[in-house]
Design a protein around this ligand. Structure first.
Ligand SMILES: Cc1cc2nc3c(=O)[nH]c(=O)nc-3n(C[C@H](O)[C@H](O)[C@H](O)COP(=O)(O)OP(=O)(O)OC[C@H]3O[C@@H](n4cnc5c(N)ncnc54)[C@H](O)[C@@H]3O)c2cc1C
Ligand code: SF4
Ligand code: SF4
Length: 1013
């Protein structure tokens, strides 16, 4: 039975902006609650020890998962020091964390206090272009730093594939690097000085200290932790000089163990110095917390060029690496056919894999940049001459244009997440994925690696940094099975032996974490292993900083098999669902478990996913956070009943605005909007629905009544006090502009006019769907669509149809949505049988039919009828573009028209359909700037809901910034400005509510305006 739960809590927004919010629920024991309370007193930033937060911070991008005690969000260095001191008082371990995108489990800390430095400590403090230095806080996202450096022609050299969310602090922790390490090496070369908070809360500045100079004497003369560290580290390095020389692999990349080999060096003046920054880099947070770092920068190449050489055999591609390296390259990367195969199946990446010729078993991507090479075109010709004509490659792609190169790099960077999208429980897991060997030994190493895999009856994909001998090889295993876990351990033993034979490192990129720390004694031998332990003790005598990573206590050894996220004990419930999850091979739980924690949904720019994170910077507002909480519930990590609790609804589900950004942008395809609709539906079944939910789900009926009563209905909502009353009773934000109802609907207008098309000559027919907004409130786009379609010779009908069910679907009222879908199909059937298509002005309605009906209607309507509707449903611009009907329009393309800033709708982007309007407008003579914009934040009813109004505006303000950049560009370019255009009703409403903006037109209106009459 339905309950009346009008309104709703405002906790999510409080949460997003509060400075304090310890939540101590029943599951937190009293020691932890004392600890939480002590932290609350000690720090300014938030302290959260609640169950949800512990789940959110239990995982990273690795195979591991273990709940921390709680999380602190430090606002400044004092907070870090205070938190670390409280942790010391309570004897609790501490784990500094950035974006949590690590692949070896170093950001997973059972029972730790996690310090999330990404939330507040993310300022760029200074850029000194002359000295080529930047000073930053640790939580700065690397791409954000890069954006700030671009105007100075500079960049931070290490470029991990995860740079759009990975923080500088995390990069320092992991000694990260990327595709360009062939040229630039790894992070430790670029970290000059660090402010570090030690385990006792004291603070040191690591920098070049001249050995035996006055500064050295001053430091070691004291009786404090800093002096102890300097004395110990120097002695360890000097005493172990021979072992260091013999044991550290001489590779461009070795990130196993501590960087003892890099601490003592010569400065530019030729003096012997000690710089502990080099030791802090790669220490994975085990020696202290970096609260500020001074980085050295490199000049940004003005241009680059890329040769992609295609081989029909993987080992031949690897054997060609030394030849590629003999050219003046800035990167030599490899991808194999498994990556192309998965990309071809992914809606997000299929288009990027199209360029790869059939029969390619592997490609070498060989890049050149203008820093070193004067004639890039000649460099490409030379490369293909050497690698294709005189070498073993059978084909090549030469890319000089930045767009083509970007597309190929995008494919390369998606390799890891694409592999993780593999269906079923066996997955290509990271645990030996970044062992490194000298590049000239790569082919031999991989051949032996393949034998190890065959011995263990498994396979792997091969890709990544061939030029530096670091190939990402992920054996496919089922870790939910005990045998799979033992196989993992056995493969790790064999591969580490193999890497050792080739003078390699067990990790050349992703670090030790929980996956590789156990093997460090094998790599470094007993003396250096003891030196690591002594180093750890000097910095952190009680071993409380991120314990068990890089080095372990003999009485508590790290084991690759412990703390697995999906271990043999993992089991998930497969809930009975209303939506059909068959397409998601493995059902609801499989879709949830597709999230591997890669953190792409924390990206700060580009694409759509995930707007709620961008606006709140809260982990719970990421796709990953939502998926983690869903996984916790279906696996019993938290009470499965929690799924239906008010808290879960309000904080986890209701804040997902259903933009479908993740459907296309999440590399593994975690479709949270679909998961949300299902769980909301189940929750309604148990708890009923609110009046407002029912009202919004049936907004079409409300609009029909409003239209009948217009203009009285419009005046009524504008009466003094009416908006406040609406907010109080129904929770509709009083600040929002409500739709104005029109007395004459689109359907009425159409019925009263003569068709401009002769039925005898028309070769196509379209039912134009009169969506709620277009029919009752804003008919202009609908009228324009009719005129344009008819001008293209298409017969049009605009019948009175019910809704698609989008509004009900987004509220989780799936039975209502399915009823609407079934009724619509019934109404459209005669036209579909005649071969007509159905066109939509509103992108969310066409997405409803094309995407959602496939999982909503099976079982209710037969597949053939459903398929006929789905395959004949189009956005109006999509229809015109797909059939090239604009070529029939009376439009003079020579007419130079105004500049247009195009903001696509998220649902259009999720279907990969936003290019249609752009193409049409361009061919009609408009100069279009398609903004890589995010979500508008309105999301149907979301932006009208009082408790979501602020979040909706916050998301909208990010869009506004993007539009303003386009407007500014236009003004610089032509002085005339630009017309913002948007196909979505929600977007047009949100933009129209921005100060100084009018409600933008739909692109079809611009096309209509271009018609010669
Ligand atoms: C799809 C994918 C692709 C990747 N590609 C690459 C790649 O190309 N190259 C590469 O090197 N890595 C790569 N990684 C791994 C990872 O993204 C990088 O190492 C990244 O730099 C980690 O940054 P983060 O902010 O996520 O750090 P986190 O994972 O949060 O932390 C990393 C480590 O640093 C420590 N740490 C964090 N902040 C601090 C601090 N302030 N002080 C001291 N210690 C700190 C943590 O304790 C942890 O041990 C990839 C990961 C994924 C999922
Ligand atoms: S939801 Fe997708 S993008 Fe986000 S962490 Fe999970 S797999 Fe990565
Ligand atoms: S549907 Fe949109 S808001 Fe929801 S998780 Fe996906 S990207 Fe984020």
């Amino acid at each position: 039975m339905a309950t009346e739960r009008v309104g709703g809590g405002d906790r999510p927004l409080e949460r997003a902006s509060s400075t304090s919010g310890t939540e101590v629920d029943g599951s937190v024991d009293s020691a932890e609650s004392d600890l939480a309370a002590a932290l609350e007193v000690a720090v300014e930033g938030d302290v959260r020890f609640d169950e949800y937060t512990r789940v959110l911070y239990a995982t990273d991008g690795s195979i591991y998962g273990a709940q921390p005690a709680g999380v602190v969000f430090p606002r400044n260095t004092d907070d870090v020091r205070s938190a670390v001191r409280v942790a010391a008082d309570y004897g609790v371990p501490v784990l500094p964390r950035g974006a949590g995108s690590s692949l070896a489990g170093q950001a997973v800390g059972p029972g730790c206090i996690v310090l999330d430095l990404s939330r507040h400590m993310n300022d760029i403090l200074e850029i000194d272009p002359d000295e080529r230095r930047a000073t930053v806080q640790p939580g700065v996202v690397q791409d954000d730093l890069d954006d700030a450096l671009e105007p100075h022609g500079l960049r931070f050299a290490p470029d991990p594939a995860s740079s759009n969310r990975a923080t500088i602090g995390g990069g320092i922790g992991n000694n990260s690097t990327g595709a360009h390490s062939v040229r630039y090496g790894i992070t430790d070369a670029y970290v000059e000085e660090c402010e570090v908070v030690l385990a006792d809360g004291s603070q040191i500045r690591t920098r070049d200290v001249v050995l035996d100079g006055p500064e050295w004497d001053d430091i070691v003369s004291k009786d404090d932790r800093e002096a102890e560290i300097y004395r110990t580290v120097r002695a360890l390095v000097e005493d172990n000089a021979d072992e260091i020389e013999a044991r550290y692999p001489t590779l461009k990349r070795c990130v196993s163990g501590y960087n003892l080999q890099k601490v003592l060096r010569e400065n530019e003046a030729g003096e012997d110095v000690i710089n502990l920054s080099k030791l802090i880099v790669g220490a994975e947070g085990t020696l202290g917390v970096v609260v500020e770092a001074e980085l050295s920068l490199v000049t940004r190449p003005e241009t680059t060029a890329l040769a992609v050489c295609c081989y029909d055999d993987l080992l031949e591609a690897l054997a060609a690496v030394p030849e590629a390296l003999s050219l003046e390259t800035s990167a030599v990367e490899l991808m194999d056919d498994e990556v192309f195969r998965l990309a071809a199946e992914s809606p997000e990446y299929a288009e990027y894999a199209e360029a790869i010729p059939d029969g390619t078993a592997a490609v070498l991507m060989v890049e050149f940049d203008s820093e070193v090479v004067d004639d890039l075109s000649a460099a490409l010709t030379n490369a293909t001459g050497r690698l294709v004509d005189d070498g073993t490659a059978f084909d090549s792609i030469e890319a000089l244009e930045p767009e083509t190169q970007d597309r190929l790099w995008k494919l390369r960077k998606a390799s890891i997440p694409l592999l993780m999208s593999m269906d079923g429980d066996p997955k290509p897991y990271p645990f030996v994925e970044d062992a490194s060997v000298p590049p000239e030994e790569l082919a031999e190493y991989v051949a032996s690696f393949q034998e190890i895999l065959a011995d263990h009856d498994t396979t792997a994909a091969y890709f990544a940094h061939a030029g530096v001998g670091t190939l990402h090889i992920r054996p496919v295993l089922n870790l939910k099975d005990g045998d799979g876990v033992e196989k993992m351990r056995s493969i790790a033993e064999d591969v580490t032996d193999l890497a050792l034979e080739h003078n390699g490192a067990f990790s050349g990129e992703h670090g030790d974490g929980l996956a590789r720390t156990e093997f460090n004694p094998k790599l470094y031998g007993p003396d250096l292993w003891q030196a690591f332990k002594d180093t750890k003790s000097a910095f952190d005598p009680d071993w409380r900083m991120n314990p068990g990573k890089v080095v372990y206590r003999e009485d508590d050894p790290t084991d690759i098999r412990e703390h697995l996220r999906y271990g043999p004990d993992y089991a998930s419930l497969e809930p009975k669902t209303t939506l059909d999850f068959d397409d998601d091979d493995g059902g609801f739980s499989h879709l949830v478990e597709l999230c591997n924690g890669c953190g792409t949904c924390r990206q700060t720019d580009g694409d759509v996913m995930c707007p709620t994170y961008r606006a709140t910077e809260e982990e719970i507002a990421t796709t990953r956070g939502r998926a983690n909480l869903l996984r916790a519930a279906i696996s019993g990590e938290i009470d499965p009943e929690e799924l239906y609790s008010d808290r879960f609804q309000e904080e986890v589900l209701d804040l997902c605005i259903g933009c479908k950004g993740c459907q296309s942008d999440c590399p593994t395809g975690v479709d949270l909007a679909k998961l949300k609709a299902e769980v909301k539906h189940q929750s309604h079944e148990r708890n009923g629905t609110t009046l407002r939910e029912r009202l919004f789900s049936n907004v079409d009926r409300l609009a029909a009544a409003g239209s009948t009563a217009a203009p009285v209905a419009n005046r009524a909502t504008n009466l003094p006090g009416a908006r406040t009353a609406l907010e109080k009773t129904l929770g509709i934000a009083s600040e929002r502009t409500l739709p104005e109802f029109q007395r004459e609907t689109l359907v009425d207008w159409f019925a009263d006019r003569e068709s401009a098309v002769d039925p005898e000559t028309a070769d196509a027919g379209v039912v134009l769907f009169p969506d709620t907004d277009t029919n009752y409130s804003n008919p202009d786009p609908g009228k324009a669509a009719v005129r344009v379609l008819e001008a293209a010779g298409v017969r049009v009908a605009v019948p009175d149809l019910g809704p698609t069910g989008r509004a009900a679907y987004s509220k989780g009222l799936l039975d209502d949505a399915a009823d609407h879908g079934e009724a619509l199909l019934e109404s459209l059937e005669p036209a579909l049988e005649r071969g007509w298509s159905v066109c939509f002005v509103e992108p969310s309605d066409v997405a409803m039919v094309v995407d959602e009906y496939r999982s909503l209607l099976p079982g209710r309507v037969d597949d053939e009828r459903l398929e006929r509707l789905v395959s004949n449903a189009y956005g109006v611009c999509e229809y015109l573009d797909a059939h090239r009907l604009d070529e029939r329009l009376p439009v003079d393309p020579e007419d130079a028209r105004e500049r247009v800033t195009y903001h696509g709708h998220c649902h259009e982007k999720a279907r990969g359909a936003d290019h249609h309007a752009v193409g049409l407008l361009r061919r009609a003579g408009y100069a279009v700037d398609p903004v890589d914009s995010g979500c508008c934040g309105m999301a149907g009813s979301f932006g009208y809901e009082a408790e979501h109004y602020e979040l909706s505006r916050a998301i909208g303000s990010l869009l506004r910034e993007q539009l303003e950049a386009s407007v500014a560009d236009a003004e610089t370019a032509n002085g005339d400005g630009t017309t913002v255009v948007a196909p979505g009703t929600s977007c047009r409403t949100q933009i129209g509510d921005f100060e100084a903006y009018d409600r933008p037109p739909h692109p079809i209106e611009l096309l209509d305006a271009a018609l010669e009459r």
